[in-house]
Write a protein that binds this ligand. Structure first.
Ligand SMILES: [Zn+2]
Length: 364
């Protein structure tokens, strides 16, 4: 009898000490979020779109684009456009939003525009004040500021954006985040930051914003020097080239950004702070219209289906389910709580009810 009591007692002690450790394993110590502005789920899941490749209004050099990105097999085609996404994340992580498999991700806001999208993603709800891309200072709580206020994350959350909306969205005047957006230069010492400032000053800004390559290298150099625990990288060229109706460059930049994300991932695997302790989350702020109706250039309240988005995630404790199929409806507003949850925090904005997190830890 005494042995049985001892046995149960030992089990209780074991559970008390081991459960928090098990929960700990499901938590990432660092998080990278990369947002490709207005990147359609259609290209993410099916690769280059034949309707657009065969339309000379949108694709100037069909031969070149076909050689680089075409394959009759959809699986090979999408891998040609997004090799890191399909060779690494699809093997080790999860992808949501392939509507051909019944898995749907949508924005909750009715505007289907950039500012409402980024606001929804970071606050967890549709902010009634943000209805357009007007540069209005957001008064809402956002998950990045919330994470930055946690004891071990103070001064460790950094945002790099091509878009000039971020200082408004994150209320820079009152923010403790490091925010570097659009024309912001660097005040850090060192030749690499000086070079970036110089390149930014001399850039011709082909899409009216700074080139994504500068946003990317700014983030990389900052990461090497300051080792943020959360890095939020918002790239903009996919949206800019689509608005121009330039399908060649929309595809070229999608491919280039997949390469950048791969190099960022490879870099952090060489740094002990990040290796095997970092989750990466990729998404977009809104979708775009249909290619058959030539509405792919646009998005917004009048453009049907431009609220359709996607999401990819990989990291510690996240089962490698790959492409998630089966009926499911997810929303962009769930990302705020998801960002909190992967780091082990429960994000609850003060003024509104945020949507619940996506359970990326569950087997699919
Ligand atoms: Zn956008």
């Amino acid at each position: 009898m005494l042995t049985a009591v001892k046995f149960v007692f030992c089990w209780i002690i074991f559970l008390i000490f081991s459960l928090p450790a098990l929960a700990q394993n499901h938590k990432a110590e660092n998080l990278l979020v990369v947002v490709l502005d207005g990147m359609r789920w259609q290209e993410v899941f099916t690769g280059a779109d034949s309707v657009l490749v065969n339309n000379p209004t949108f694709t100037k050099d069909k031969e070149d684009i076909t050689r680089k990105f075409w394959d009759n097999d959809m699986h090979n085609r999408r891998k040609k456009l997004f090799p890191f996404l399909w060779e690494t994340i699809a093997q080790q992580g999860q992808l949501y939003g392939n509507r051909l498999l019944g898995n749907q991700v949508n924005v909750k806001n009715p505007f289907q525009l950039t500012y409402p999208g980024f606001s929804e993603m970071l606050t967890g709800y549709v902010d009634p004040a943000i209805t357009s891309n007007r540069q209005l200072i957001s008064q809402s709580d956002n998950v990045l500021e919330f994470v930055n206020s946690q004891k071990d994350f103070q001064g460790k959350v950094a945002v790099f954006a091509t878009s000039d909306l971020f200082p408004y969205l994150l209320n820079r005047q009152n923010s403790k985040l490091y925010i570097n957006a659009d024309t912001d230069t660097f005040t850090f010492a060192g030749s690499r930051f000086r070079l970036l400032n110089q390149m930014q000053r001399l850039s011709n800004r082909p899409t009216t914003e700074r080139p994504d390559l500068l946003t990317y290298f700014a983030a990389i150099e900052y990461l090497k020097e300051y080792r943020p625990r959360v890095l939020y990288l918002a790239l903009g060229e996919t949206d800019a080239f689509a608005h121009e109706g330039n399908y060649d460059q929309y595809l070229e930049t999608s491919f280039a950004e997949d390469r950048m994300i791969k190099e960022l991932w490879d870099l952090i695997q060489t740094l002990p702070q990040y290796k095997n302790k970092t989750t990466i989350l990729l998404t977009c702020d809104h979708g775009r219209g249909d290619s058959i109706k030539s509405q792919w250039r646009q998005h917004g309240p009048e453009i049907k289906d431009s609220g359709q988005t996607w999401l990819a995630v990989m990291g510690p404790g996240i089962p490698s389910s790959g492409e998630v199929d089966g009926k499911e409806q997810l929303y962009q507003a769930q990302l705020a709580a998801t960002i909190g949850a992967v780091l082990g925090y429960d994000f609850k904005p003060k003024t509104h009810r945020a949507m619940p997190s996506i359970n990326v830890i569950a087997e699919k």
